[in-house]
Structures are given as C-alpha cells and as structure tokens.
Design a protein around this ligand. Structure first.
Ligand code: CFM
Length: 545
C-alpha cells in the first residue's frame, strides 16, 4: 500500500485524485458513481448513481442486452431451442463461456445447450433483410430436432435493419402449431447494459411460458429458485442440499432447467431469489398474478447457506422439516469448519477488490470474510440503485429514457389460478416477527464503513486501485484477468469461476476457500513482470520508413 494513503481502505482523497484524469463533465458524473460507504440507522447509505450509460471510449466491464437475455437468463435452459438472429460472433461468444452446466435426466432427453445456433447474417441480409433466413433457420431446426419450444434472440444489426423477430415467430407458430415459438427484442444496444436483457427475458418468459402447464411436481414443500444459473455446478450443490432437507425444488430459473419446469413454475408455493438484479421482475410478477410470495436468499458462503435453508424451512413451518434442516446444517457446517479454520489462519487480514456483475460483488464479500479476507472496494457492472442501497429506494429511482425503452408489463391476478399462498394476516404476523418478504437490503448496508463502492468501474480506475492499494486478490471477469495478473496480483474470475466450481452451498464454500487460499498464498504472482515496466509505451513505425 502506498504510504500516501494511510487509511486501510480507499477513501475520498483517492477518489478525487482518480477523477482528476477525466474531463470535467465526466468527472462530475463519475463522482456520483464512486462513493465512500457509510451505514446509518435503518440501513441508510449514501446515494449512488447507477444504471446509466457508460461514457463512450471508456473500457467498461459491462456486456450488452443480448448477453443478458440470451446468455444469462435463457442460456442455461437445456430444451428451449435457441436461435440467435444475427452475425455469427454473437451466437458463438454467448455459447457456454459462462460455464452454465446442465444434467439431462436421461441420455435421450433433449439438450440443445451443446449447440450454438445462429442465422449467421451476412451483408446480403443486412441490405435486403434477414427474416427469410430466420424462417429458414427455424425450418431447419424443426426438421432436425422438432423441439417443444424455440426462442429467437435479436442482435444489434437485426434491430437496425428492422427485422421483426416477433412476426417471424408468429408465422412459424402457424406453420408448427405444436411448438411454442417466441422472440426476444434484446438487441445489444437496448438499455445501457445486460441488465436490460434480463428484463426483456423476464417479460417474455412470464407472458409466453410460465403458466402453460398446471402440473405440480410431486413432493412436499415445493419452491422455485429464481436467479441461480448453475455456473460451475452451483445449482447442483443447492439441489443436493434441498433434497437432503426433504424439500422439493420445483424449477430453477434457469440453471439446470427445462421448459416444462418453467411452464409449471406457477404451481410452486414459494419463490426464493438468489440474484436479485437479473430476476426480481419475475418474482414480482408471479406474486401479482399467482399469489406466490418471494424472499431473497444467498447460497454463497457457509453461513449464508445455513441462513437461507433455515429461512425456507421456516417459511413452510413444518416442525419435522425444520428439525431435519437443522441436522443437515449441523453436519455440513462441521465439514466446512474442518477446512475453513486452517485456511482462515493463512488468509486473515488479506484484502480483496470485487467488481462483478449485478449480485456477486455483494454475495462474495461474506464468503471472503469467512476466511478473514476484507473486501476494501467493490462494485457492480450494471446493477441498479436498489442492488446497492436496498429496495426501499425503488420509489425514488428516476426513470430515464433508456429504462423507458424496456417494456413494463401491467400484471393482474389470474382469474382462476391466483391463490395467495399465505394470508395477509399471516404475512403481517410473520413480518412483525422479523421475517422479511419481497425485500433486498442491498450491498452497501453489509459493507464496512469507508470502503469504496464503484459503479461501472473501468480499467483505468481498476488499475489505479491496484497501484495504490495492492490488494491480495481481485475478483472480476476475463477482460480484467490478465491486466491484474500482470500487476503481480492473483485474480479470480467470479463470472465463469475459471475452471472451477461449484462455489455455492457448503461443498462450494469449501472449494472456494481452498481456491482463494491457493491464490493469495502463492508466490508465483510476485515473479510476474509487467511488460509496461520495461517498455511503458507502445512504439511503432510505418512500414515504408
Ligand atoms: Fe445475476 Fe449472474 Fe450476477 Fe448476472 Fe452476469 Fe453471471 Fe454476474 Mo457474469 S445473472 S447479475 S448478468 S449473478 S453472467 S451468473 S457472473 S455478470 S454477478
């Protein structure tokens, strides 16, 4: 750590110096997006500017709306055949790089995740239109697989040339009446980040899929997990724990999921939300239409997992279930403790930076703390103010033109299937006893005072943080990985988990502790020599000189 900054965590002085490099207008905006955390009574935290456009030219960590819709929300579903309408790169780069896993129930059960399907638009279609090519792609997909459902995903050029994926979907449905075919207007430029794509995906899944099958899964205590995408096998570990406790996981949106599970999700009695950012829309809409309550959970970290399992069991309120869940927690925590304590002794006092997506920058702080590592600065790439400050600020969030671009559905109670799973009185009684429904406290309320919160952090800012504070580990994504490592600092990808996982649940926590221990206590990174140390400026000459 540089001597200049005596605070253990970056503060306002650091922020102001950071902003000096920017033109005044941009500095003014970034100042609102970089705040020093303070937590007052009632989880009151400073206001942060979030979900606004990235300044052109900045090397952002963000992705696009198409990535949020096709890659994130729908991608992990194995039997909805997904066609990217666009240039080949969009389909290819959203194809399993996130390491979302799936496990078909039998060898002949449909699994289209191993394919990347695209209309491969060429200049000819950009000039003359691509709808015919899209229809031909659907015909080909039907001939090869005859799937139950097809999703069509629009990319930037498709929006620019005016191809109507919804019209093609309707025509295709007339041709193939036994197949559910739907399009997503998730052109990459929609909104300001992949967050817009989540919203587009939630809307379509809600209107065209959920509610089509009134067939509950067998088993007691049936609930859905929303916002768990089975990266590195996280959902498998959660499924294991839910099974041990004797509960029934009805559908996961969307890790290791199937079309039928989506269609019948409205028959479950509870929705628990893992990633609030990507799927809170669906939780809200399912409550309004079907009367299914929801609450936030977190399966990252052993303590968080125990707390979440307890809360779900508590919701169902069955004494036997509660006792069995406690037993599972006790057994699993004993295993965790065996590994954690020695690792904690080696990691205690080390520091981390965490810049990931829209929920992991929060979720991974607690698991780091379990092995004694403090997160000194963190931020989301594309979250909204509620993910930072808590849902209580939602009514005060200004709606701008970019957010208005995304359709807000008006949802009313289903005439025949609306059935509140718990009565208003019961809900009120539980809330009075401290049971939180429909809420998310946000990241900042759980971060220590004076830590730095940076929305939409960019590479310039990240490098400044590295140079000045020398964290022991950085958690971010592939675009950041090699820059960080060249600084001699270990880096863990928290999007794809590099080659590892699961990190969720109890077994996942053990995997994570071991991996972080291996990284922060390795000497290898100290030998890394950054190319810019010996050759700071790239130099070149024209070939003819
Ligand atoms: Fe939710 Fe995710 Fe995340 Fe996300 Fe993502 Fe992801 Fe993420 Mo990468 S849905 S917001 S859009 S938890 S792909 S599984 S890791 S940025 S923090």
């Amino acid at each position: 750590m540089s001597e200049k900054y005596e605070m253990k965590v970056p503060g306002e002085e650091f922020r102001d110096e950071l902003l000096e490099a920017y033109p005044p207008k941009l500095a003014k905006k970034r100042k609102k997006q970089i705040v020093v955390n303070q937590v007052e009574e009632g989880d009151v935290v400073p206001q942060i500017l979030a979900n606004t456009r990235t300044a052109p030219g900045i090397i952002t960590m963000r992705g696009c709306a198409y990535a949020g819709c096709k890659g994130v929300v729908l991608g992990p579903t194995r039997d909805i055949l997904q066609i990217t309408h666009g240039p080949i790169g969009c389909g290819f780069y959203s194809w399993l790089t996130r390491r979302n896993k799936t496990r078909p129930t039998s060898p002949d059960a449909p699994n289209y995740m191993t394919y990347s399907m695209s209309t491969d638009l060429q200049e000819n279609e950009i000039v003359f239109g691509g709808e015919k090519k899209l229809m031909a792609a659907i015909d080909e997909a039907v001939a090869l697989f005859h799937p139950r459902a097809i999703g069509i995903f629009a990319t930037c050029p498709v929006g620019l040339i005016g191809d109507d994926v919804h019209a093609v979907a309707r025509q295709a449905e007339e041709k193939y009446p036994d197949i559910n075919i739907f399009g997503f207007s998730c052109e990459g430029y929609k909104g300001v980040s992949q967050s817009a794509g989540h919203h587009v995906a939630n809307n379509k899944v809600f209107t065209d899929v959920v509610g089509l099958l009134d067939k509950p899964k067998e088993g007691k205590f049936r609930f859905n997990i929303l916002g768990e995408y089975n990266i590195g096998g996280d959902a498998f570990e959660i499924e294991r724990l839910v099974g041990l406790c004797g509960m029934t996981l009805h559908s996961t949106f969307s890790g290791n999921s199937t079309y039928d599970e989506f269609c019948s999700a409205h028959t479950a009695d509870l929705n628990v939300v893992m990633c609030h950012r990507s799927i809170n829309y669906l939780a809200e809409m399912m409550e309004l239409k079907y009367g299914i309550p929801w609450f936030k959970v977190n399966f990252i970290g052993a303590e968080a997992t125990a707390k979440s399992l307890r809360k779900i069991a508590q919701f169902f309120g069955d004494e036997e279930l509660i006792a069995r869940t406690e037993k599972v927690i006790e057994t699993e925590l004993a295993e965790v403790a065996k590994v954690r304590d020695s690792i904690k002794a080696r990691c205690e006092g080390k520091t981390a930076l965490n810049f990931v997506g829209g929920s992991r920058a929060h979720h991974y702080q607690e698991i780091m703390k379990e092995i004694g590592i403090d997160t000194i600065a963190a931020g989301y790439e594309f979250a909204h103010r509620d993910d930072y400050e808590g849902r209580k600020v939602i009514p005060t969030i200004a709606v701008d033109a970019d957010s208005r671009n995304i359709e807000e559905l008006t949802v009313t109670a289903d005439e025949t299937r609306y059935a509140p799973r718990i009565s208003e009185e019961d809900k009120a009684r539980r809330e009075a006893a401290g049971f939180e429904f429909s809420d998310y406290r946000g990241m900042m309320a759980e971060m220590p005072e004076n830590t730095l919160v940076v929305d939409d952090c960019n590479h310039y800012e990240l490098e400044k943080l590295l140079e000045v504070y020398h964290p022991d580990i950085v958690c971010a994504g592939i675009k950041e990985k090699y820059v960080v490592q060249k600084h001699g600092i270990p880096m863990k990808q928290l999007h794809s988990y590099d080659y590892m996982g699961p990190f969720a649940g109890f077994k996942g926590a053990i995997n994570f502790y071991r991996e972080i221990d291996r990284l922060v206590n390795s000497n290898a990174f100290k030998f890394a020599k950054a190319p810019w140390d010996t050759n700071p400026e790239l130099a070149a000459t024209y070939g003819n000189e």
